[in-house]
Design a protein around this ligand. Sequence first.
Ligand SMILES: Cc1cc2nc3c(=O)[nH]c(=O)nc-3n(C[C@H](O)[C@H](O)[C@H](O)COP(=O)(O)OP(=O)(O)OC[C@H]3O[C@@H](n4cnc5c(N)ncnc54)[C@H](O)[C@@H]3O)c2cc1C
Length: 384
Amino acid sequence: MPQKPQSTAKQLVLVGGGHSHAIVLKQLRAKPIPGLEIILISNTRFAPYSGMLPGHIAGFYSFEECHIDLEKLAKTTGIDFIVDEAVGLDLQKNLVFSTKSQPIKFDFLSVDIGSTPATLSVPGAAEYAISAKPVPQLLEKWKQLLTEILAQPQKHWHLAIVGGGAGGVELALALEAHLGKLIKNPHHLTLHLLHKQDEIMSSHSQWVRRCLTNILTNRGIQLHLNQAVSAIKKTSQKKIISCESGLEVECDEVFWVTQASAPAWLKEAGLTTDERGFILVNDKLQSLSHPQVFAAGDIASIINSPTPKAGVFAVRQGKPLYENLACVLQAKPLKPYQPQKQYLSLIGTGTGEAIASRGNWGFGPSQVLWWWKDWIDRRFMKGF
Ligand SMILES: Cc1cc2nc3c(=O)[nH]c(=O)nc-3n(C[C@H](O)[C@H](O)[C@H](O)COP(=O)(O)OP(=O)(O)OC[C@H]3O[C@@H](n4cnc5c(N)ncnc54)[C@H](O)[C@@H]3O)c2cc1C
C-alpha cells in the first residue's frame, strides 16, 4: 500500500469484510463521517452472504448472487480497500500487521473476521477435511468435487459432514439436493452426518430438531448421533473418520462444520478474549481491554449477552457498530446494543422449502417459507 502524506484525519481500519462491516460501509455511504480516513482489509474481494450459501451449494443461487463485491462497495463508499490477510496487531502503537502490506496505522480498529470451524483438536481434520470456512476454499473444493463426480457418475460416492448444528444440517441437505440431481442412481450416493450430541441442532426447539431429523432420514442421509470424531486418516483411495465410540466411516470427502473457533493472533495481541479466543466486547461492541478496538459478528463475544454464531446477529450488529464508531470518532457517548433473545431462523431444505424456527415455535417445511426467505435474502443483497 503506497505511503500517504501525513494527514490530520482520524484513521479507522476495518479488518474483515463480514456482514457487520458490509452494513457499516452501506451506512457510511448514506451518512459519511466527516474528518475520517477509512481502510477496509479483507482477505477476499468477494464476501459470501451466509444466508444464501447453502442455497448456492444446492444450486439456487449463482456466485454473484450470494457474494458482496467489497471492492465495488468500498469504491462507492469512498474508502480504501486492500485485499490482504491481517495476522497480528500492536495495540501499543496501534498497528495492524498483514501478510503483504506495510503495517497499517489506526486510531480506531474494528474487527469482523468471522470464525472458522475448530479443527486443531482432531488429528487429520485440518489436512483431510474440507472446512466450511473460509468459504472461498470451501467453494473451490466443492467445484473440484463436482468435476470429479461428473467424471465418474457410475461410482458409489460416500460423503460425510461432521457437525450437526444448523450449518452442518443445511449443508448436508444442500449437498444431497444438488448431488441427487447429478447422480441419477440413488444407490450411488451415500451421505453421512456425524454429530457428537444425541440430537442435531441443540440450539433449536424439539419440534425443529425432530422435523429436520425426519427430513434428513427421509432423504436417505445416514445420521450418526453421539459420535465424537477423534481422527481422520487418509488411505490411497478413501478417507476414514474414526469416532471415540469405535465407529469408522469410510468416505471420499469429509466436510467439517463443527463449533466455531477464533484465530490465535487476537489473544496474542493482548485483547481480552473469552475461553474460545473470541474478542470480549461490552454492549457497545467495544473491546473490554482496548477501547480503541471494536468487534462484531462471530468474532465478538458480548459479555453478559453472548449470541449464537449466526449471520443474523452479524447483520443486526452492523448498524449499532456504525453508530458507535461514529460516536467514538466524534467523542460522543456510545450507545448500548441489546441483542434480541429470540430470533427467527428460516432453514432451507435444499429442495425449495424452508422451516421456520423461533424459540419454542417451529413451522414447515413449506414452499411459502422458502419464497419468503428468498425474498428477504435477495432484498438484503440488493442493498449492496
Ligand atoms: C455451511 C454454513 C452455513 C451457514 N448458514 C447460515 C445461515 O443460513 N444463516 C445464518 O444466519 N448463519 C449461517 N451460518 C453462520 C454464518 O456463516 C456466520 O455466523 C456469519 O457468516 C458470521 O458473519 P461475520 O460477519 O461474523 O463473518 P463472516 O461472514 O465469516 O465474514 C468474515 C470475513 O472476514 C474475512 N476474513 C477472515 N479472516 C480475515 C483476516 N485475518 N484478515 C482479513 N479478512 C479476514 C473472511 O474472508 C470473510 O469474508 C452458516 C455457517 C456455515 C459454516
